[in-house]
Design a protein around this ligand. Sequence first.
Ligand code: NAD
Ligand code: MG
Length: 394
Amino acid sequence: MDVGSRIRSAVPLRVAVLGSTGSIGASTLEVIAASDGEFVPFLLAAHRRTDLLLAQARAYLPQWIVVLDPAAALAMDRTGVPAETQVAVGPEALDELVQAPEIDRVVAAIVGAAGLRSTWAALEAGKTVALANKETLVMAGPLVMELAERSGGTIIPVDSEHSAIHQALRAGSADEVVRIVLTASGGPFRLRAVETLVSVTPAEALKHPTWSMGPKITIDSATMMNKALEIIEARWLFGVPAEKLGVLVHPQSIVHSMVEFIDGSVVAQMSPPDMKLPIQYALSYPQRLAGVARRFDFSQSMHLEFAAPDPQRFPAVGLGYAAAARGGTCGAVLNAANEEAVRGFLEGELRFTDIAEVCARVLDEHPFQPDPSLDDVRRLDAWARQEVVKWACV
Ligand code: NAD
Ligand code: MG
């Protein structure tokens, strides 16, 4: 089989990359560059790193760049903007631009709760969104899925586990699914003595054994809060109850997730750990294209391990199950508390083990609402952050 051949589309797919200066953003631009004109960047948006955004604009010549932080936009040297490119500033401008009819696919790769509004705007306009920003579904899963349904928008997951599940689900029908198993690398502290986790430093937690990612998700991988968020993401994205979702620690990060069907068949998606593959899948779906991502070398022997996560080492996983089962405002509160706690840990205000502890407390004490509006979600997001700050001060 010639793996280099593919069916070319008649017209290029025009892509908006939200969070282009991040880890997923940079990998997306690599996928675009390797696509031989199949994908072209229409818009690049970033928060503060205008030097990198300008370098990307000069390399990719998008129609638009959007600087989300007004102060950074003010300080930006506009002589570096290519003649082909227009500049817009601030989140409101992005909300409007992301709905432009010229955009075929939106890569939502802003980190954290800040990614919700532009993802929402894209879906409102009926766009197909390649979703890396899992926080959108964690915070407001039912509202986001309902919006997509109403507007004709589509979400294709970029998160490697959810991309794997999306691919595996193509092997059967929804009523044939018994269980979905998300895999997790276990991060850098899978084997470290549990009683020493309290003294983990940010530098230690930022060293991930198999994936190279932005700082927030790297800390989330070390606590396994990332898996908690992914359980909630899967619950809404695939419409499966929490009890049908399992988690296994798989240190090799080769099997990205699995789906078990009623006949006992388990369909897994495997590939070397490289986010360019799920990004490309989300851009080319329902087609597959010759890949830019790393491939297996089957001449090397391969060893795959799976184990249940230890609840003492990774208490965050239980919070994910609880939030996915109870729904309502739980996802938004857990997400916001975690974002604030991760910031606190990276800035030396909280210990590593405080992250899950404070999240559990805030989740437990929050004024639960079963059927929140987007305003309720935003209000409780702000409330949860305040609670973490208060907790850190005592
Ligand atoms: P990153 O920190 O490397 O990049 C974040 C991007 O978001 C940057 O472009 C930055 O400019 C932008 N940004 C940051 N704060 C912002 C704000 N307040 N307003 C607007 N834009 C802002 O993060 P990443 O690792 O690329 O992750 C991006 C998203 O993808 C996250 O939601 C993460 O959970 C998800 N994800 C990442 C990976 C990975 O391998 N990196 C894998 C799966 C899912
Ligand atoms: Mg993931």
